[in-house]
Design a protein around this ligand. Structure first.
Ligand SMILES: NC(=O)c1ccc[n+]([C@@H]2O[C@H](COP(=O)([O-])OP(=O)(O)OC[C@H]3O[C@@H](n4cnc5c(N)ncnc54)[C@H](OP(=O)(O)O)[C@@H]3O)[C@@H](O)[C@H]2O)c1
Length: 309
């Protein structure tokens, strides 16, 4: 199939692109064009912006299906929850209709919620509604947190743990449950959604085969990167009230181009991010890999956060 992948240059996108190419599909990667280096040889970014809508229709011409991965978890200027997450999917859908493409697979997030109390989750729900309202053959794939090579949640956690501290700082009680799914497994679910017309107008939730609390995940990452801090290799968790961490997160969000955590992300760390344990097997017919024992890819030299120029 000819598939246009919006957001194919991102963390999840790189795995999706690899999986679709391996399955023999012909791809057009669509984005704002700022991350071309991340693509496999021979692929280039075709300009298309889900905020302005520019370039989308042309980018979708002659495609059999569209995958939309574009979303932001950190707001910056006009790249925010409203413009990208809430309104972006409807803009992609409108451009798909103009280009005559019927099939559209949208990645969303477990926890997408009509309650505006959590702006990120609310924006994902709004984005879904923008698609559901159309007569396209849409599929929505809500994912729990994703692990795998690239700059995702686990990479961020590993960077936070690498900061010089005698403790593993855990925001709040650390009891919220997460169900990490491997990026390749998510990419496989997504490919099955694209390929199978029978999946049209379905909302799926996916996660890996284990549910771990934020504290367990933090310990798992600490074990994986196996980094000593002045001879202390098994650091103890220290639970800090989110209200104490928030000012630091606010400051980082203002000063750093790539902050370790933003205030909105802090709030999300206290929310459960899990679905049925057998979600992938029952909906997609295969067993996803567990996160435990599969975080070795995080071992690599220390990278400190940089100050904004
Ligand atoms: N990572 C996770 O743990 C996780 C968990 C659940 C769901 N998801 C979902 O998976 C999807 C991908 O996430 P990710 O972690 O891979 O994020 P990411 O690395 O930040 O990638 C986001 C992608 O979206 C593109 N993009 C951003 N703004 C755009 C715009 N205005 N127009 C067109 N493209 C735009 C980016 O390309 P340019 O910057 O070049 O435009 C990039 O390719 C998202 O929908 C996310 O919510 C991820």
């Amino acid at each position: 199939m000819r598939i246009a992948v919006v957001g194919g240059t991102g963390f999840v996108g790189s795995h999706v692109v690899a999986g679709l190419l391996e399955a023999g599909h012909e791809l057009r990667v669509v984005g704002r064009g700022e991350r071309s280096a991340a693509l496999p040889p021979g692929l280039q970014v075709t300009h298309g912006d889900v905020v302005s809508g520019e370039g989308l229709e042309q980018a979708f011409e002659a495609a059999d299906a569209i995958v939309n991965l574009a979303a932001v978890i950190r707001e910056r200027g006009n790249q925010n929850f409203l413009t990208v997450n809430a309104e972006g999917p409807a803009r992609v859908a409108a451009a798909a209709q103009r280009a005559g493409v019927r099939r559209l697979v949208q990645i969303s997030a477990v926890g997408a919620d009509p309650d505006p109390a959590f702006p990120y989750l609310f924006s994902r729900w709004q984005g879904e509604q923008g698609l559901i309202a159309t007569d396209l053959e849409w599929v929505i794939l809500r994912s729990s947190v994703v692990f795998g090579r690239g700059r995702g949640f686990f990479d961020q956690l590993a960077r936070a743990i690498s900061l010089p501290s005698p403790f593993l700082v855990i925001p709040g009680d650390g009891r919220a449950l997460f169900q990490p799914i491997a990026a390749q497994d998510l990419a496989r679910c997504l490919r099955l959604c694209v390929e199978d017309p029978e999946r049209a107008r379905q909302v799926y939730e996916v996660g890996g085969p284990e549910q771990l609390t934020l504290e367990q995940l933090t310990l798992e990452v600490a074990r994986a990167i196996d980094r000593e801090w002045f001879g202390i290799s098994r650091r103890r968790p220290l639970h800090l009230d989110v209200r104490l961490i928030r000012p630091g997160a606010l400051l980082m969000a203002k000063l750093l181009p790539d902050p370790l955590v933003t205030p909105q992300q802090l709030d999300l760390l206290g929310r459960p991010n899990a679905t049925r344990l057998d979600a992938v097997r029952s909906c997609f017919g295969f067993d996803p890999v567990p996160v435990r024992g599969n975080l070795g890819y995080l071992r690599r030299p220390r990278r400190w956060p940089k100050l904004s120029a």
